[in-house]
Ligand binder design. Structure first.
Ligand code: NAP
Length: 301
């Protein structure tokens, strides 16, 4: 298949491109600036509603990942607007382009996030039926999902993957946790008891592939393992694998709030999320538990 990926230069898009190429698909990128690389990359100018039409030639599947990084900068009013609008406007541009017809797109897979459910402290895991939360991120994710819902009115199969914390050896949260550990300065964050619902990058790529190839996949799916962990478990297990002591006390929540402002929400809170629909479809994780995922990501090479 010919698969177009937006926001493909990021953590997920780079890994997914490699994975899809290995599976024998043709991949095309759509980004804010054209790049030369392994696959063709076309440009779009989201705020001016412009998209290079050549990007859609022969494309059967669109994977929409683009969006301003949620944990990249402090959440000023301007940054919050950018986090929301980068997602909504880019979805709208894709919808407007596809609604004009003259394309071969049959499937649209949108990144979404488990932030949809808000931060929850309960022991019960939430499944895809759980309603949206009401904090800033939950509001962004709800509007982000609504911005792609129109694809179904164009006769395009729509899958929304509510992605959890992606564990990768190339960047993202795990590397942020591991860096201070390697410098003998690692510590759990806040209470350390907050639940992190995570997924190994390889399993995430496999879930995208299932969504592409199985035509009965439609609607929202939680893209996390069914074995979430506490923040301190992740920190302790990483330190043990790297043979580093953890001698510092947990970083208190008020310090994190001083350092990160409102963005501290995403490190001091959590949510126990269960991938009910993926499991029902028969999806099996290569890395269901933290030990196997961390061993693979921290010890290989
Ligand atoms: N990584 C995670 O743990 C995680 C968890 C849940 C959900 N997600 C979601 O999954 C998607 C991909 O995640 P990721 O980790 O690969 O993100 P990422 O590394 O931040 O990459 C996102 C890509 O989006 C594009 N982008 C950045 N700012 C933009 C803006 N202002 N307007 C339009 N496009 C912009 C960039 O691609 P170009 O430069 O090529 O345009 C960037 O490489 C994101 O929407 C993210 O919110 C990620």
């Amino acid at each position: 298949m010919v698969i177009l990926i937006t926001g493909a230069s990021g953590l997920i898009g780079s890994a997914l491109t490699e994975f899809l190429l290995q599976q024998g698909h043709a991949v095309v990128h759509l980004g804010r600036s054209p790049r030369t690389g392994k696959v063709p990359c076309y440009a779009w100018d989201i705020s001016n509603g412009k998209l290079d039409a050549r990007a859609l030639k022969g494309v059967e599947v669109i994977i929409h990942l683009a969006g301003a990084g949620v944990a990249e900068k402090r959440w000023t009013a301007q940054r919050k607007k950018e986090i929301l609008e980068s997602r909504i406007q880019s979805s709208r541009l894709l919808y407007d382009t596809l609604s004009k017809g003259g394309h071969s797109v049959k499937t649209f897979i949108s990144a979404s996030a488990i932030g949809y459910y808000g931060f929850l402290t309960g022991e019960d895991g939430v499944t895809e039926d759980h309603p949206a939360g009401n904090d800033f991120l939950a509001d962004v994710v709800r509007q982000w999902e609504e911005s792609v819902d129109g694809m179904t009115t164009l006769g395009i199969r729509l899958v929304k993957l509510r992605i959890g914390m992606v564990l990768s050896d190339k960047g993202g949260v795990l590397q942020e946790i591991v860096r201070p550990i390697k410098l003998f300065a690692g510590a759990p964050l806040g209470s350390g008891r907050q639940i992190m619902s995570w997924i190994h990058i390889q399993d995430l790529c496999r879930i995208f592939h299932e969504a592409i190839t199985h035509s009965k996949w439609a609607g929202a799916y939680n893209a996390v393992t069914n074995q979430p962990c506490a923040n301190r478990e992740l920190t302790h297990k990483s330190a043990r694998l790297l043979h580093r002591p953890l001698w510092l006390p947990p970083v208190p929540e008020f310090v994190l709030r001083l350092m990160l402002g409102q963005m501290a929400e995403i490190v001091v809170n959590g949510c126990r999320v269960i991938p009910q629909r993926a499991l029902q479809e028969g999806f099996r994780f290569y890395f269901p538990d933290l030990d196997s995922a961390l061993s693979d990501l921290l010890l290989k090479r």
